[in-house]
Design a protein around this ligand. Structure first.
Ligand SMILES: *Cc1c(COP(=O)(O)O)cnc(C)c1O
Length: 361
């Protein structure tokens, strides 16, 4: 066949895959992406600007971002070899999928959860074994442990707090998962600053644990792309084999280090978000007809009749939240990010007005 305006097919696994779509739309109030409502503090921005002023742009960055690695390792009682920085947590999720997935290999996935894990597995030709969450959207712990005992799973992802359901996996359960097999266990702790729970202290005892963190949520840097993982040196070394050498640019390294060094300045706003989450949860629970899921993250999932039209009514009032109503296991579910007191009030007011319009309350 001659190549006259023809295109050979792409790889088979892309058939039917839909590109990730954050469903960003113009709005007055953005409560759809679990971002921090506040940008970084002015004094941190000033420090960053001062450092960027002196940054050479003509040189390649340190491929492993060792200054940032050292700072993060030290703060967690670990060593440089136990930390890897990525271009967003998302890049590291892909590195893990590449290094532990592949043809004839299996991911144990616990849906409904972050869609990126399954997407990456498809790209890597990894078989996905799903253990659905229970009706309350919490992990079916006995089913997970039972499945792992077959010892054919290559890696498992436990998201804690889980996105979008908001629940935290218990330490005892994660320990049981770690001991159930030799599968790599990824604890995705993208939102752990809002739950106060982490298993990073288990790294020393468990060869098969990797813990993921990000600067995108609690540390207000979604506009950059910076995430990191903790693991024993052996795991980090395997991830280094698949990663893109210069994926974390010099600007991100400089900003990340400045924010990490200033991290105590973020503590008060993390606490405010936790207080606002409690207020928002209680307000949502008071609305008749809503099923609200408890959350330890900076978002709340709720179930409402006619979710899609409620989502639209909110959007028409200038408020963007995330519609999960067509996602498997999340029929009629919407997720709202915890914003400022003002944003949360605007959301609640618009939600009640929308329910009244549809005569649902
Ligand atoms: C946001 C998020 C991440 C990482 O996001 P990045 O912006 O790429 O760092 C990882 N896991 C979950 C569950 C998330 O919600």
């Amino acid at each position: 066949m001659k190549g006259v305006n023809k295109l050979r097919n792409s790889v088979d696994c892309l058939t039917g895959l839909i590109p990730y779509d954050p469903k960003y739309l113009p709005a007055d109030t953005f409560l759809s992406a679990n971002e921090n409502t506040d940008d970084i503090p002015a004094q941190v921005r000033a420090l960053i600007m001062e450092r960027l002023e002196k940054l050479p742009f003509n040189r390649y960055p340190d491929p492993l971002a060792n200054n940032l690695r050292d700072a993060i390792a030290q703060a967690n009682g670990l060593h440089r070899e136990n930390v890897l920085i990525g271009n967003g947590g998302d890049e590291l999720l892909f590195d893990i999928a590449l290094a532990w997935g592949g043809p004839n290999r299996k991911l144990l996935n616990l849906p409904p959860t972050f869609s990126v894990y399954a997407h990456n597995a498809v790209l890597c030709h990894t078989e996905i074994v799903n253990i659905a969450r229970k009706d309350d959207l919490c992990i079916d712990e006995p089913a997970v442990l039972d499945r792992l005992s077959q010892c054919d799973i290559d890696y498992v992802v436990i998201t804690s707090p889980n996105n979008p359901t908001g629940d935290v996996a218990s330490r005892a359960f994660i320990e049981q998962v770690l001991e159930a097999s030799d599968a790599l266990v990824l604890a995705d702790e993208a939102y752990c600053e809002f739950s106060g729970a982490s298993v990073v202290d288990m790294i020393a005892q468990h060869k098969n644990l990797v813990v993921l963190r990000t600067f995108s949520k609690a540390y207000s840097l979604a506009g950059l792309r910076l995430g990191y993982v903790f693991a024993q040196a052996e795991v980090i070394n395997e991830l280094c084999k698949v990663r893109q050498p210069y994926s974390v640019d010099a600007i991100s390294q400089t900003i990340g280090l400045s924010v990490f060094e200033s991290r105590q300045l973020f503590q008060a706003r993390i606490e405010t978000t936790i207080e606002e989450r409690k207020k928002l949860y209680e307000a949502l629970c008071k609305i008749p007809g809503l099923k609200v899921y408890p959350s330890e993250a900076n978002y709340i999932l709720f179930r409402v009749d006619q979710a899609e039209s409620i989502w639209r009514a909110l959007f028409e009032k200038g408020i963007l939240i995330r519609d999960f109503s067509r996602s498997p296991g999340l029929t009629d579910c919407l997720r709202v990010t915890v914003g400022s007191a003002q944003e949360n009030e605007a959301f609640l007011k618009a939600l009640i007005a929308s329910l009244e319009e549809k005569e649902l309350v």
